[in-house]
Design a protein. Sequence first.
Length: 254
Amino acid sequence: MAQIFAIIQGGSSGMGLATAKRLAARGVTPVLVGRNADKLSTAKADIEAEHSVDVMTWQADVTNTDDVQSLVGKVDALEGNIRYLVNAAGYFSPKPYLDHTAQDYDLYHDYNRGTFLLTQAVARKMTATGSGSIVNIGSMWAHQAIKATPSSAYSMAKAGLHSMTQHLAMELGEKGIRVNAVAPAVVETPIYGAFIPEDEISQTLKGFDAFHPVGRIGTVEDVAATVDFLLSDEASWVTGAIWDVDGGVMAGRN
């Protein structure tokens, strides 16, 4: 029986790592993609200590064109069944529109370029086996603007990811591949370290508890549970969906 792989872009921390752990619990072999070797090593050790799987790690920066080309080559060469792909890598640092530089804009959209090409390589492998499930980590910010966290370039990029999700669902459905996305609101993850000191992230984000109708910010496990469901055969009739995993934020105004 062919080995079943799940490629998790951004799998060394946050939502990606939480999802990788859930997949490992189902006997799937996670392939963690991340740019920090130490974080990848730690994530691999954590998963292997909890589950009877061998974890693979690919060190790469998806905003770097050479690294993306190398990733595509690794996907092409991987022997086994790539059943799942989760695109969870990202960057978030709020900045007013008038203060954005071209470099700020390029960084966000370089993530999308890398995601586009990696997903294309994986989709080709999935096409060869006639099945696969892909989940993209989008954002609530792609649905609505939040004045307290101005993020025009980030939101453009995430809106593009949502759109790609729907287009791929239409094109790849007949090949047995489902493509969905989740759109989280405020979730406690390391991504906020771009503008909040690491030891202050938890306390700072608690200030957004009341922003969510359920009364609290999200956890990586909250999002990973939904991603895991969308990847699974339990969601076999769901594709092209962008699910709000946001504690009720999109339901209305608080």
